[in-house]
Design a protein around this ligand. Structure first.
Ligand code: ATP
Length: 242
């Protein structure tokens, strides 16, 4: 349907017992976009992602994907719909080889031939030549940046219709962060929409078309990424400016 966002959060509330970590947020991602959700420690970013993927379903409100209400759906059905998350901390399988880790990404795909999986694997290797070089190496022996690329590569093997990334810059050296963000741009250029959760506001707003700022579970600002980069409140709170 024209004009329907790919992903839409309507009045989303998420609780941990009596703690309301996300308090009635509205957010959307359209086809082709990179949208970022930025905020400090404990603002509710990860909780929002875990709620979209139904790992931690919302207490109130709705998650719509292509106009369909997926609130309360089992999380493996959410993945099957094409909402694929790269979790914070990567969570690759340290005792499996790079190639096996990538293969795990294709595990949930149904109606897929071996040839399709193999050609998708070739494509991931084109995007990340380092993974091809290291394909027989155990995941746990890769550097932090390589593990992040492996986690993104594994997500791509699941054929995402929406890729959600949780703090991909976490713990990485600036040059490696640049490389990871270049890959995110490349993935998006191939037509995959991205919801990017970040504390690194500078990089995230540089990569996104639109952004939302979350503080203590509420969206306090939303705008074009360029406008947010120039916003005084954002510059002071998230870009370390006086
Ligand atoms: P960070 O960048 O530190 O990961 P975040 O913005 O992703 O921060 P969340 O992890 O979503 O923040 O946490 C939001 C709030 O929910 C915080 O106050 C946090 O302490 C609380 N919280 C998160 N996970 C749980 C949990 N499993 N049980 C109870 N409270 C939780």
């Amino acid at each position: 349907m024209a004009g329907t966002p790919l992903l839409e959060l309507k009045d989303l509330h998420v609780r941990y017992g009596v703690i309301e970590a996300v308090r009635g947020i509205h957010l959307s991602v359209n086809e082709g976009e990179v949208v970022t959700l930025i905020g400090g420690n404990g603002a509710g970013k990860t909780t929002t992602l875990r709620s979209i993927s139904m790992v931690h379903p919302p207490a109130q409100g709705q998650v719509l994907f292509k106009g369909e209400d997926i609130t309360g759906m089992k999380s493996h059905h959410v993945v099957a719909k094409g909402i694929v998350q790269v979790p914070e901390g990567r969570h690759i399988f340290p005792n499996m080889s790079v190639a096996e880790n990538l293969g795990m990404g294709a595990f949930q795909r149904t109606k897929t031939t071996k040839q399709e999986v193999s050609s998708d694997l070739d494509h991931v290797f084109e995007l990340f030549p380092i993974l091809q070089e290291r394909r027989k190496q155990l995941g746990g022996t890769l550097s932090g940046g390589e593990q992040q690329m492996l986690a993104i590569g594994r997500a791509l093997m699941a054929k995402p219709k929406l890729l959600m990334l949780d703090e991909p810059s976490m713990g990485l050296a600036p040059q490696v962060v640049e490389r990871v963000f270049a890959v995110i741009a490349e993935v998006n250029k191939e037509g995959i929409p991205v919801l990017l959760i970040e504390q690194n506001a500078q990089m995230a707003l540089g990569a996104a078309q639109r952004g939302y700022v979350i503080e203590t579970g509420e969206i306090v600002l939303e705008d074009d990424a360029k406008t947010l980069l120039g916003n005084d409140q954002v510059r002071k709170a998230y870009l370390g400016e006086e």
